[in-house]
Design a protein around this ligand. Structure first.
Ligand code: FES
Length: 74
């Protein structure tokens, strides 16, 4: 039996922006739709606008944007 969890499920349950409870799936969808910077992702999803003002999620979002540009995920 395969014990690996479907990556889509992981994207749905993994919160990138903890303050706003925004899952990785929503961040990825924004990037796929053309948000090609942290600022643009924040505008589209509402990330980075919580209590920490993006200190906890900004670098994670940047890594996702950069990874998409490098073709690390689609
Ligand atoms: S974790 Fe995103 S604004 Fe705080």
């Amino acid at each position: 039996m395969d014990n690996e969890i479907d990556p889509k499920i992981m994207d749905n349950i993994t919160k990138v922006c903890i303050c706003k409870a925004i899952p990785r799936s929503k961040i990825k969808n924004a990037i796929r739709s053309g948000a090609d910077s942290v600022v643009k992702v924040n505008e589209v999803t509402g990330s980075g606008q919580g209590e920490c003002r993006g200190r906890r999620c900004g670098l994670k979002i940047k890594a996702l944007v950069d990874g998409y540009k490098k073709g690390e995920w689609e």
